[in-house]
Design a protein around this ligand. Structure first.
Ligand SMILES: NC(=O)c1ccc[n+]([C@@H]2O[C@H](COP(=O)([O-])OP(=O)(O)OC[C@H]3O[C@@H](n4cnc5c(N)ncnc54)[C@H](O)[C@@H]3O)[C@@H](O)[C@H]2O)c1
Length: 244
C-alpha cells in the first residue's frame, strides 16, 4: 500500500528540481500527479513517468489557475493535494532591484501560491478535505538576503499561516517547508563559484548541501494523511543552517 494511494496531487513547478523529484516520489506512493509548470519542454519529459500528467500553468495568472483547476476537476473529479512549489530566484543586490524585478518576483513566488490556494481550496471545500504544502525558503526565517526573493518567501510564509487559520474549519491543512540550499537547476550556477559553494558547505552544520529527494520526502509526509493533525506547520529542511 502506498502512502498516497488514490490521491490526486497538483505539483506546481513539477517539471524540474524538487517538483520533479516529488512527482516521481508521489507516484511511487500511489498518487496521480498533475505536474503544472510553465516550461513545456520539461513538462514533456516529466509526462513520460507513469501516472504523471504535465499541464501548462503560469502560476502568476488568475485566469490560468481558473481554467487549469476546472480542467483538472473535469478530468479527475477532485484535488486532494496541492504543492505550491513553483518559484524563481535572483541574486540581484538591493541597489540594483527595480520596481519591475520586485513585481515579477512577488507575482510568481507569493501571488502564485496565493492563487493556488484561492482556486484549489474552492474544490477542496466542496470535498470537505485537502492538504496544501508550500515551498518557502530558509531565507524567510534567518536574516539572509536583503532582496526580492527573501521578501517574497516571507510573504508566502504569512499567506500560508493565514490560510491554515482560515481553512482549518473546512478540514483543509496548509503547511510550509523551508529548504536550505538544495542542489537543483535553480542553484546550479553556485557550483561554478567554488568559493561560494565551499563557504555554503562550511556554514552548514551537516557539512553538505541538500538533495531534492530530501525535500520531497518531507513534503510527502506533510501532504499525506500521516500528518492529519498538522496545519500551520513550518518545517525547516536545511542541514541545521538556520539553527545557528
Ligand atoms: N534550490 C534551492 O536551494 C531552494 C531553496 C529554498 C527554496 N527553494 C524553492 O523551491 C522551489 C523549487 O525550486 P527548485 O530549486 O526545484 O528550482 P527549479 O528551477 O529546478 O524549479 C522551479 C520550477 O518552477 C517553474 N516555474 C517558474 N516560474 C513559473 C511560473 N510562473 N508558473 C509555473 N511554473 C513556473 C520552472 O519552470 C521550474 O520548472 C522554488 O519555489 C524555490 O524558490 C529552492
Amino acid at each position: 500500500m502506498g502512502r498516497l494511494d488514490n490521491k490526486i496531487a497538483i505539483i506546481t513547478g513539477g517539471a524540474s528540481g524538487m517538483g520533479a523529484s516529488m512527482a516521481e516520489l508521489f507516484t511511487k506512493e500511489g498518487a496521480i500527479v498533475i505536474a503544472a509548470d510553465i516550461n513545456e519542454e520539461n513538462l514533456a519529459k516529466i509526462s513520460e513517468l507513469e501516472n504523471v500528467e504535465g499541464m501548462k500553468l503560469d502560476v502568476s495568472s488568475d485566469e490560468n489557475w481558473a481554467a487549469f483547476t476546472k480542467a483538472v476537476i473535469e478530468k479527475y473529479g477532485r484535488i486532494d493535494i496541492l504543492i505550491n512549489n513553483a518559484g524563481i530566484s535572483s541574486q540581484k543586490s538591493p541597489q540594483d532591484i527595480t520596481d519591475q524585478d520586485w513585481a515579477i518576483m512577488h507575482k510568481i513566488n507569493s501571488f502564485g501560491p496565493f492563487l493556488g490556494i484561492k482556486h484549489v481550496s474552492k474544490y477542496m471545500k466542496e470535498a470537505g478535505k485537502g492538504s496544501i504544502v508550500n515551498t518557502s525558503s530558509y531565507t524567510a526565517i534567518i536574516g539572509s538576503g536583503l532582496n526580492s526573493y527573501t521578501a517574497s518567501k516571507g510573504s508566502l510564509r504569512a499567506i500560508a499561516r493565514a490560510a491554515a487559520a482560515e481553512l482549518g474549519k473546512s478540514n483543509i491543512r496548509v503547511n510550509t517547508v523551508f529548504p536550505g540550499v538544495i542542489e537543483t537547476p535553480m542553484t546550479a550556477n553556485i557550483g561554478q563559484f567554488k568559493e561560494a559553494m565551499d563557504m555554503l558547505v562550511r556554514a552548514t552544520p551537516m557539512g553538505r548541501l541538500g538533495q531534492p529527494e530530501e525535500v520531497a520526502n518531507a513534503i510527502l509526509f506533510l501532504a499525506s494523511d500521516e500528518a492529519s493533525y498538522i496545519t500551520g506547520g513550518e518545517l525547516v529542511i536545511d542541514g541545521g543552517y538556520s539553527a545557528q
